[in-house]
Design a protein around this ligand. Structure first.
Ligand SMILES: [Zn+2]
Length: 341
């Protein structure tokens, strides 16, 4: 069965050239897919904007009205999140793109899917946009999978270097979505502490793995083996969504981790194996951050290869020299906290 792919030239109208989250990012992704002869192997999906019902399942009417009122002009949400005249429409289209990817996977039209969309989503809370994010695409998709396909448990793994505070907020009190985030600590947005594990019925269904700067392929692989795998197995999801950000690469300008492209590829393949073991391979990769265009292009091509079952990784940038900080104690304490022993 094929691998479904979402990308759309309309995303380019949400852009600001002087901002790191701009249209050149997806241009780099498409160029790398093309150069690697991967575009023709992917099944491109037709997409449409997410409906009111879809987005209202995550975001407040007041916030959506605020975005709508800013349509037609440029502006800022907070200090770092810009709005171009058509940004709200484009954000609805991006979220809708992820929903079509979920459709393809849940209906069995595709084995798996990758959604190369923007603006990204994991910082967007129910009540406001921030961190370059307007609508929380992954959260909208998780709710949609639950409502439309009756998926009882959705696993969201977020390997973007930043903590997905918005995704955490949406599902913090719910036991039906397990949110696992690896992120640099300290770093924007400052959330994602170890002890934030969910509340009420959602207690235990948020797993934050805040990592010191400098953790690379070895540390991340250990976290996936010792925390992500057992937590996912215990949760037994019906669908896996990945907040796929590539800003934990050593060459990213916005953070200080040391993953290589090969290290990222290992994580991607672990997630594929996990989905294959737990939910018949149903997995959707959704683009979040990643601000080095060369890294982003190669990383996304590597995700495409993994999903297509091609056993090859492209890593022309190699690894960064130097020792990784030890995180054994952190992993042990997280295993204890989440009773994963
Ligand atoms: Zn990020």
């Amino acid at each position: 069965m094929p691998t479904a792919f979402v990308c759309d030239p309309r995303f380019a109208s949400h852009t600001r050239p002087d901002h790191p989250e701009n249209a050149a990012r997806l241009a780099a992704v498409e160029q790398h897919l093309e150069q690697a002869n991967l575009t023709d192997q992917l099944v491109k999906l037709e997409i449409a904007p997410a409906t009111d019902e879809d987005v209202l399942a995550v975001h407040s009417p007041a916030y959506l009205a605020q975005l709508d009122a800013m349509t037609g002009r440029s502006g800022l949400l907070g200090l770092d999140t810009y709005l171009a005249p058509r940004s709200y429409k484009i954000a609805r289209l991006a979220a809708g793109g992820v929903l079509r990817a979920v459709d393809a996977v849940m209906c069995g039209d595709a084995d798996n899917a990758l959604a190369a969309i923007r603006p990204p989503g994991h910082h967007a809370t129910p009540f406001n946009g921030m961190g370059f994010c307007l609508l929380n695409n992954v959260a909208v998709a998780a709710r949609y999978a639950q409502r439309v396909y009756g998926v009882e448990r959705v696993l969201i793994v977020d390997y973007d270097v930043h903590h997905g505070n918005g995704t955490q907020d949406v599902f913090y009190t719910e036991p039906t979505v397990l949110y696992i985030s690896t992120h640099q600590w300290p770093l924007y947005p400052g959330t994602g502490a170890v002890q934030d594990t969910g509340s009420g019925p959602g207690a235990g269904y948020t797993i934050n793995v805040p990592l010191p700067p400098g953790v690379g392929d070895k540390g991340y692989a250990g976290v996936f083996e010792q925390l992500v795998w057992p937590a996912a197995q215990r949760f037994d999801p019906g669908l896996v969504l990945v907040s796929a950000g590539f800003d934990a690469h050593w060459a990213d300008p916005l953070a200080h981790m040391r993953l290589s492209l090969a290290g990222y590829d290992h994580l991607t393949r672990e997630l594929l194996a996990l989905a294959s073991a737990l939910c018949e391979g149903r997995i959707v990769f959704v683009l979040e951050g990643g601000y080095n265009l060369q890294v982003l292009g190669h990383a996304w091509a590597n995700v495409a290869r993994s999903l297509l079952g091609i056993d090859r990784v492209s890593d022309p940038l190699g690894s960064k020299n130097g020792e990784e900080p030890a995180i054994d104690q952190l992993v042990v304490s997280l295993k204890r906290l989440h009773k994963l022993d």
